[in-house]
Design a protein around this ligand. Structure first.
Ligand SMILES: [Zn+2]
Length: 56
């Protein structure tokens, strides 16, 4: 399976953060979901979430 946030392949599906690979991705997904209610439409603004980087 893959992490819904960063699409990383989960090698250890026993993670307590399933279906996410880490607490960070779990939090990011939740934040995105919450942001749906508060986001401000501004096509010239960069997305609040920088692209994922391979840091792990
Ligand atoms: Zn992830």
């Amino acid at each position: 399976m893959t992490c819904p946030t960063c699409k990383a392949l989960l090698h250890e599906p026993q993670s307590r953060f399933l279906p996410f690979c880490s607490e960070r991705c779990q939090w990011l997904d939740l934040s995105r979901w919450l942001a749906e209610d508060y986001r401000v439409a501004d096509p010239q603004e960069s997305p609040p979430w920088p692209e994922e980087e391979k840091d792990g």
